[in-house]
Design a protein around this ligand. Sequence first.
Ligand code: PLP
Length: 384
Amino acid sequence: TIYLDHQATTPMDPAVAEAMHTAATECFANPSSPHAAGIRAFREVERARGTVARFLGAARSEIYFTSGATEGNNLAVKGVVGTGSGAPVRHVVTTAVEHKSVLDTCRSLRAGGHEVTVLPVDAEGRVDPARVAAALRPETALVSVMLANNEVSTIQPVARIAELTRAAGVPLHCDATQGVGTLPVDVRELGVDLLTFSGHKIYGPKGIGVLYVSNALSDEAPLVPLLHGGGQERGLRAGTLNTAAVIGLGRAVELLAAGREREAGRLAALRGRFLAELAGLVPYTLNSGTGVGFLPQAVNLSFEGADAQQLLLEVTAVAVSSGSACNSSAQEPSHVLTAIGLPPERIRGSIRVGFGRFTTEEQAVRAAHALAAGVLAAQPVRTA
Ligand code: PLP
């Protein structure tokens, strides 16, 4: 199978697997233990933390390891708002195209009596910073805007939004899960106070992620933890650290940092080659942009009249995803494609194709042929 679903997850880089194997066998002690073996594990964890901190332009003390972006997003949003009983009613601003781990967290806050503004986006999936500014209120506790969208690749104007939230004294959280792989992510340049990402979208392990919280924010208004216990991660995230996964994530970040810009260019070229090949085989409509303002490695497109879910089942030679079911079990149309105004027909026929580190040009071309053949085979035979 040609794997072109790198927005869902990426294959682990062999160098990461190797680092994790060594870590799991030789670095198994509890990094909180004060004996020599524990200290060794602690040092390795802190080395990984340093790598992540440098990668984000942050301080080591601003990096917290979580189980992934879902937990990071939950912790950022609930941690800032505070969900204890008797807490004052707070307000959160977010966008209609966020990942469910942000949107559903906001919904849960709403159920707890807090207020949430979900901002619309334009036809490209971009939120207008002026709308963010206009939504701010005296009781606004947080703004959460993603760096780049997982379905339509739109890059949000995070730095511009940060100028406005900063002026208003409101913390800004950014889910950078889809952006870190190909975009420069410097927390100071972006101006964000909190930022999340996951290991498995950058050729690292699953079940590990990063939450950046600026020391300025921690000092002013410490986040409320979701997990209480042994006080790990400076009390913000209790639980024995997954040492091997932390070390694997550190290795994944090292590999990423070494060649991100060049790789971004290569991926954009692969995508261009795929689209050009496909254009000669079967008609399609783009649902995402392929220029400035969009991630270079993915594209969302629709085949007219097609049922993408059926197509994915039939074209077994290629692994892509459909826009009609973005969640594991949900059969509802993608909230992102709906938010950018696509009609249900177009959503039904939509697929997302995402290129990655190990994709070759030959694979991109073969995938275009396999998908086109699947689309044409599914079309009803026209009678004269
Ligand atoms: N945020 C975005 C933008 C994502 O694409 C994903 C992954 O699907 C997540 C958050 C959740 O990541 P994880 O499943 O690793 O918790």
